[in-house]
Design a protein around this ligand. Sequence first.
Ligand SMILES: *[C@@H]1O[C@H](CO)[C@@H](O)[C@H](O)[C@H]1NC(C)=O
Ligand SMILES: *[C@@H]1O[C@H](CO)[C@@H](O)[C@H](O)[C@H]1NC(C)=O
Length: 149
Amino acid sequence: MKNLFIFVFVFLGLNVVNPCNGCPIILRGYVVHIKSDIPNDNVTVHCQSKDDDVGYHVLHSPNLEFQWKFCETITGSTLFFCHFWWQNKEQIFDVFNISMAQWCFVDHLEGNTCHWEIKDDGFYFYEPHNYVWLKQYSWKQIPEGKLIF
Ligand SMILES: *[C@@H]1O[C@H](CO)[C@@H](O)[C@H](O)[C@H]1NC(C)=O
Ligand SMILES: *[C@@H]1O[C@H](CO)[C@@H](O)[C@H](O)[C@H]1NC(C)=O
């Protein structure tokens, strides 16, 4: 009997949608927001997960930011990584994974936002619990002769 209740609860939870974020009510909604602080130069960004390609974005003033929304999977295994290029530099890292899900979670109905900012010295993550930008990665030089995209 107890198992039946759990089954019904999960079944309803997966089928009833939270109107604020479009996610089933038992799953958390997230937003990844990426912004360039290098307004006068092109920064190219390609973000994807195993199943989803967010596409290529060329960030240049006045189009310096973009974001996308998604619902966490029931196992919490959602992972998005991005590849960034700027001049002869690049970097690649997870912008969202199981640990970022905890960092970005602030119990916001419309979605918990992971903010990343691209600067000339590297990549910063906004830590919403302490209201601070934390540098996570630096740019890496692309080895001479390596194809860019
Ligand atoms: C920046 O990107 C735009 C759009 O893709 C392109 O037209 C332009 O030539 C690029 N500028 C530089 C300096 O690469
Ligand atoms: C998740 O992503 C963050 C930020 O890129 C990284 O520091 C961390 O090591 C990653 N965690 C896991 C479990 O891969």
